[in-house]
Structure formats: structure tokens, C-alpha cells
Design a protein around this ligand. Sequence first.
Ligand code: XMP
Length: 512
Amino acid sequence: TVLIIDFGSQVTQLIARRVRETGVYCEIVPFQSAEEGFKRLNPKAIILSGSPASTLEIGSPRAPQVVFDSGLPVLGICYGQQTMCEQLGGKVEAGHHREFGRAFIEIDKECALYDGIWTVGSRHQVWMSHGDRVTAIPAGFEVVATSPNAPFAFIANEAKKFYAVQFHPEVVHTPDGAKLLANFVHKIAGLKGDWSMAAYRDKAVANIRAQVGDKRVICGLSGGVDSSVAALLIHEAVGDQLTCILVDHGLMRKNEAADVVAMFKEHYNLHLVHVDASDMFINALEGESDPETKRKTIGRLFIDVFEAEAKKLGGADFLAQGTLYPDVIESVSFTGGPSVTIKSHHNVGGLPARMNMQLVEPLRELFKDEVRILGKELGLPDSFIGRHPFPGPGLAIRCPGGITREKLEILREADAVYLDEIRKAGLYDAIWQAFAVLLPVQTVGVMGDGRTYEFVCALRAVTSVDGMTADFYHYDMDFLGRAATRIINEVRGINRVVYDVTSKPPGTIEWE
Ligand code: XMP
């Protein structure tokens, strides 16, 4: 196991991902519980993440001393480098030139960390994102590489197997970064790359059994890959102690609920309850326009339904969710003392504190594409595995402005036509996520001989790896023209279609 100590960087999860890609298991632990994590995991190597904090601020986070006393290899990244230097007797200062983005480092010295990847004298692109920088390195360290603004861009104490870099090897903009991390875990730490999704499955099943015991679990099944995979894992672990509940909140895509139920009935023998709660949800949302209120209302009603269903079963102690790693942004609080605020969660739009079930979230550590691999492992049909993500709050967050039944109906139809065109054009698998949005704007049109005054439909399609960043999909104009014509002809209430060409960032994938 590799222990990744999280100081709150936005990209810590990418470190975990890169390490897992090398076939080595790792876990991220927030810095506040790093010592406990160290004891629990008995790691063979440690990585210190970046951070939005500055080591120059009073009370900024540090790695526990045991990290440096343990004799284990340590890799410090960005802030991790700075705190490592500080803690071992070096010096950090506020940078005169802040560096953000692409930079080039020049290799000055041999180093085991880049063995087989770089050579002395060569130059390489890396990704920097820092204000402070190291200005004096601790005793025993040597400079391996420099950049114009970071004379200590890459330092090492080979005897102790301490390595530290100012740049971010975990991001794709450091093209050789993944190889450096692979070297760290394989060559430096001597870990074998024999961890796989099959191993994850076994471990997850064992963990679920340990957590759940002989208690009852209910699982919200949306038909998305995540909740489906979560349900199958839990079913494998505890069998009939699991009841899956498909809540039709009236915000699903056309025919979605029926399709999902049919797929599960056909392929799996698990207990599935289909609850039509659409009236309850839509009544509560009618007229609501604030995105966060929509999410909270939906989250609250989901829990109401789950609790009511649990009661019918004679009680359930656990609620399972297909929460993924990117949903669980563990933001580390620096000012408010040693507290970790977990911005959970997305799938059901923020769980109310009153919920009296514990969560089972077997996918918390995975990224979407890893979940797909696990889904394959569990025998989910390809058509299911390849499905576009669909947000828990569904069409509610694709209907900006006040929600009405009528608007939801219009949106559902437009979305169905749009996706049908995408499938017909053979583009479904090339797109990461596509959907229609119904804008709360009416415009004038002319159809036949008459004037129309109807809504505008925006089409969205993005490519992405993990939903964290995205580019709009570059359709050809003929496709867009065809989709627009069909939507306007076939969907009553829409007389204009526009295409969203915003990337993420600065936009988000959803409009709300
Ligand atoms: P954004 O809009 O944040 O979306 O760029 C990134 C991914 O997350 C999905 N998403 C949600 N999923 N509950 C969910 O279960 C939500 O409240 C929610 N908001 C966004 C979005 O569809 C995209 O895949």
C-alpha cells in the first residue's frame, strides 16, 4: 500500500489514480488523520500532496514526523515538497515569480526516480502551480533538476529515498509524470504491480461484509453505471440482505425507469422495488428555480422514500450509494482547526443530517472509468457499462428557471429525440455525456404561416475523462442541423435550438 497524505490540493485524487494505474494499491488520508492512517495501512511508501495553503502561514499543515522517521521512501509534491523541506531543515520563501501552468525543467544530476525516463542534460515539460518555493534544501539533499523560476524544482536524498518535486507529476500536462510515479512505487519502493480490479472487487466485498454484518442494506438504484455496480458488489457481499430501490422521481429520461427494471430482471436475481414517487417530487419542486434548493429538496425526498421503504422491510441500517471519488471532494479546512469538511454528496444531492441510516459507499475510491472496468468484472452488459452519466437530480437541473410539469415533459421529449439522433449517427460512445436543456426563454418563430412564441432548447455534449474537466463535443454542423430540425418538428413547445460550446472550466457540464 502507498499512503497519500492529502494537504487539500485539487488534484490529490489524480495521484491516487496514477498510483493505481501502476497496479499498486493506495489510499488517500487527510493530513489531520495521517498518523492514524499510517498505523492502519502499514504503508510501504508515502506521497505528500500539494495544497492551497502556504507553509509560511502559521498553523499550516505538516506531515507527521513518523513519515520521515519510518525509513520508507517519501515523495513530496509541490506543497508536499515545501513542507518536507521545512520539516527537514530547509527553507521556503514566498516566490517572486508565481508559476502557473507549463514550465520546463532541466536535468542536472542522475536520480533513481527518473531512471529509464530522463537523462542528464535533457529538458522536459512539467506542470507547475505554486506561489511559494524552496530556497534552501535540507542537509543530505541534492538538486536533480531546475526550472527558470524554481531552482529546486526536483530534489532528492537518495540515501534516504526522499524525493521532492515542485511540479505536479500526477497531471497529464506533465507528460512523463505517470512514469515518474510508476518508478517511485515500483523501483524505489519495490512494490509489485499486481493490484487489479479483480483484487478491488474482493477487497470491496470483504469490506462490505465487515461493515454490514448481518444487517439490512437498501440501495438507491438509478440505472446508472455507478449505482448498478455498487448494487452488484453489495449483492455479491451480502446477498438478500440487500434491497434495491429504484425511485422514479419524475425527473428521469424517457422510458428510463422501465428499461432499468427490465435489465435487472433479465440479468440479475436481486430484490428490486420500483417506487413511483414522481408526484411527490414534482409537487415539491414546482416553481423552484434555485439549483441548490432543487438538489436539497430532491435529496430530502429521496431519503424520505428510502426511509419509508426501509420501514416496510422492517427497518434497514444501511443506505448504499454509488458515490465516486470525484463526488467526494474532501476539502481540508486550514483556518477552522483540524476539521475535515466532506462535500458529500452529489448522487442524492446532499444528505440531510437527520438520516438515520449509515452509508455504504463501495465506490468512493474509484473514478468513473475504473467503475466501468469493475462493472465488466461483475458481468454488467456493455450497453449498461457504456451509458452516459446521468445526475441524481435528473431533469430538474436541466430546467433552469422555475420547474413545471409542462416544461419537464417538453424537455424529456427533446432529450429523447436528441439522444436518438446521437445513437443513429453512431456518436454515442464518442461522447462522454450529452443532454438537452430547456431554457426559460421564449422566442419568436414562424412555423407554417403562423407566428410561434416558444421555448429555446440548448443541446450539450462533452468529451471528458472523468467529468472533472471537459471539452464541448465538436459535431459537424449537419448533425446539429438534423437534431435541431427534428426537435423543433417533433417536440411541441420548442421553436429554437442552440448548441453550447463551453468547456469545463470555466463552465460546468450541467447548466445548474
Ligand atoms: P458538473 O456540472 O459539475 O458535472 O460539471 C460533473 C458531472 O457530475 C454530474 N452531476 C451530478 N451528479 N448529482 C449527481 O449525481 C448532482 O447533483 C450532479 N450535478 C452534476 C454531471 O451530470 C456530470 O456528469
